[in-house]
Structure formats: C-alpha cells, structure tokens
Design a protein around this ligand. Sequence first.
Ligand SMILES: Nc1ncnc2c1ncn2[C@@H]1O[C@H](COP(=O)(O)OP(=O)(O)O)[C@@H](O)[C@H]1O
Ligand SMILES: [Mg+2]
Length: 264
Amino acid sequence: MHKLALAIQKGGTAKTTSTLCLGGALTLLGHRVLLIDLDPQANLTGSLIDKTALEDRPTIHTVLTEDNVRLADTILATDCGIDLVPSSMRLALAEMALITAYNRERRLVNALDELEETAAQSGEGELLYDFVLIDCPPSLGILTVNALAAADYVIVPLQTGQYALEGLNDFLTTISGIKRGKINPHLELLGILLTLVGNNRVSRDVAANVRELMGNKVFKTQISNRAILAETGMKGPIQAYAPNSESAQEYSNLAQEVVNLVSK
Ligand SMILES: Nc1ncnc2c1ncn2[C@@H]1O[C@H](COP(=O)(O)OP(=O)(O)O)[C@@H](O)[C@H]1O
Ligand SMILES: [Mg+2]
C-alpha cells in the first residue's frame, strides 16, 4: 500500500482535482485506489458522492476524534471504481478536539495501520489497496500533520501563477521538520506537480523557475489549465466524463510517472 499525501498550505493549487484525477488514472492502470478526504470543505467528497447521503455515517472526522471507529467502516465505494473515506464540515471541529488528545498527530497513522492489518488478516480483497491518496486542507494544522505522518510520499501541487513560489519553501521546511522531528522519518517528497499551466509568460516563467530550482524533484508531466477540468468538482474524475481529453491524458502520464517512482 503506497500512501501519498497531496499537500501544500495554499488553496486553489489543484490538490483536490489532482487527488481525484490521479486516483482515476491509477484505477485505469488496474490499481486499487482509496482516496481520503482530509479537508473540512469536503470538495473531494462532494465530487464523488451525494453528501446528503452521509448524514449519520461515520466520516474521517469520526475516525480522528473517536476511539473504536475503524477507517474500514467509513469507506464508500463510488461509481467510478474508486473508494472514498468521506469528509464533512464537522472535520473543522477535529482541530479543536485533537488539541488535548493523546497521540494526536498519529491518529491517521494508527487508522491506516489497522486497515492494513484487517486487510491482511481477513484476506478482505477489497481492502487491499495499492494506492491511498490523501487530499489535504490548505493549511499546516494538525490535519495536514496527520497526513504527513501517515504518508510515504508527498506530492506538492503548485499553481503556476504569480505567487506560486511563495509558500513552497515554507512547505518544504515543514516536510524537513516532520522528518527530523521523528514524526515521520521516512517521508519523501515524491515530486512537485506544476498545475494550471497556462499559455502565458507568467506561467512559463514560473514553470521554468521551479524546474531550475528543484531539478528532478519536479514531475515531467505538467497539468495544463483547461476549462474541462474545472468541471471535476461536479462530475467526478476526468476519466469518467472526458476519457479522451488532453487533461485525462496528462493525468494518465502523471500516474505512470508516480508508478515508476514508487516502484523504484
Ligand atoms: N488544470 C486545471 N484547469 C482549470 N481549472 C482547474 C484545473 N485544476 C483545478 N482547476 C480548478 O481550480 C479550482 C481549484 O482547484 P482545487 O483542486 O479545488 O484546488 P485545491 O484543492 O488545491 O484548493 C477549482 O475550481 C478547480 O475546478
Ligand atoms: Mg482542495
């Protein structure tokens, strides 16, 4: 089970879109994929299921704040073959609830460990995931720390706009801190993903800049700014509603890169 967090402490960098569409592309390559929505805004959840159907069901919020709720009990199968651990607005309360909680940065680690054990013991094939993608909120609070504690790798989506580089260094420092502070010594930056790449000078300059600064830590694949992708919020992964689009192809290329990198 490869665990990947898509994170950076900024909104609008295509974290959620990339979680969804990378998940879709990995599924098409034949992998079992679980997506975890760790953002109280629950955009990922909303694009895969009808949120009103959640009502009394346990969500990631329940797993993080209550003992004895298993991650496995929150998992929902969705139409496109991707499984989801849903979020809800209530997750915003988790930050408060966790302030005094024991082992608060290891809640997701423990939940995923238990999931792996259950899958191994019971031979429950449907719980044997190849990839777990964690969609993070746009902040560096306890939720993102839980994701970085649990992940093997981080993917950092970076919007190639004017202020793209602001915040990147802070985030890379956070990753180093997580490693050095022993929260997760094995955490690795899998790559920086250039997103919303437009056909304009700012976008090209930023992309060139980041490639020069970060070298082979930048994915070769970059995701272009295309109107069709703005619809993923309502329609699920791009592969489900525009399988032959250039955007679907870009995420498919990314998936191939990711598979190659994690199998090294
Ligand atoms: N490649 C793209 N081209 C055009 N619009 C995009 C693209 N990627 C994301 N978007 C749109 O940009 C907005 C922010 O994306 P989102 O994935 O929600 O970012 P984040 O999760 O980092 O806040 C959303 O409205 C989304 O539909
Ligand atoms: Mg998001």
